[in-house]
Design a protein around this ligand. Sequence first.
Ligand SMILES: Nc1ncnc2c1ncn2[C@@H]1O[C@H](COP(=O)(O)OP(=O)(O)OP(=O)(O)O)[C@@H](O)[C@H]1O
Ligand SMILES: [Mg+2]
Length: 240
Amino acid sequence: MVPIISTEAISREFHVGKDVVHALKDININIEAKTLTILKGRSGSGKTTLINILGGLDKPSSGKLVFDGEEITKLTLNKIDNIRRKHMGFIFQSFALISLMSAFENVEFALKIAGYSYSEAKKRAEECLELVGLTKRMHHRPQEMSGGEQQRVAIARAIAHNPRIIFADEPTAELDSHNAVLVMKLFRDLVEKEGITIVMTTHDPNMMELGDCVITLEDGLVIEEKQNELFKGEANNGSM
Ligand SMILES: Nc1ncnc2c1ncn2[C@@H]1O[C@H](COP(=O)(O)OP(=O)(O)OP(=O)(O)O)[C@@H](O)[C@H]1O
Ligand SMILES: [Mg+2]
C-alpha cells in the first residue's frame, strides 16, 4: 500500500546558545492512509517535534518528507501552507477554542476562513457537530462545556474542511479517562467511517491498543514500530 506520509532520514536540531539539541535523528517512517497512528515515548523523546514536521508546521534540518506522493521538503512555505490548509487538520492538548464563540461559531468561523460561503459553513458546522455528538451543546460556549465536550468541538473544527489527515498532539492529556476513551472512540470512527488518517501523540499506555500502528520514540530515534492487526482484520472482514 502507498503511504500517505513517508519520511526519509529526517533529523531536527535545535541550537540553544552554544548547545545543539538533536531532537530527531534519522526518522524513517511510513504512515498508511485511513489508519490511526500513535506516536509514544517519554517526555523529550521528540513526539511533538515529529508531529509538527509531519504536519508541515516545522521544517526538518535534513531529510525528506513526502505527503501524498509530493516531496513537501522541496516546496516553498506558501505551497506548504496551501497543502496544510486544504488537506490537514490539527487538534491540540488545550483544545484552542475561541472562548467568546459558541461551539457552532468556532466550527463555522474556521470554515469561513477556509473559504466556505455563509450557508455552506452553517450546514457543514452543524453536520460536524452532529458527527461528534454535540448537536445539543452546539450553542454553548467552551466554558459552558466539559473538557471532553470542548475537545470534541475541536475535533469537529479540525475535520470540518474535509482534510485527509488529522494531527493531534496529546489530545487526551487534559481529559479524565472516560472522556479520553470517548475521544479515542471518535478517532476510530473517523478512521473507519470517514476514511480520515489520524496521527496522534500520547503518554497514556491505555490508548495503545486503539492505534493501528504504534511508533515508539526514544531520544529522537524510532525504537519500535508495532502494527495492531486487530483493526486490519475488522476492516478486511467488513469489505469482503
Ligand atoms: N524550540 C526548541 N528549542 C530547543 N530545544 C527544543 C525545542 N523544541 C524541542 N526541543 C527539545 O527537543 C527534544 C524533543 O522535544 P519534544 O517537544 O519533541 O518532546 P516530546 O516527546 O513532545 O515531549 P513531551 O512528552 O514532554 O511533550 C527535547 O529535548 C526538547 O527539549
Ligand atoms: Mg510534546
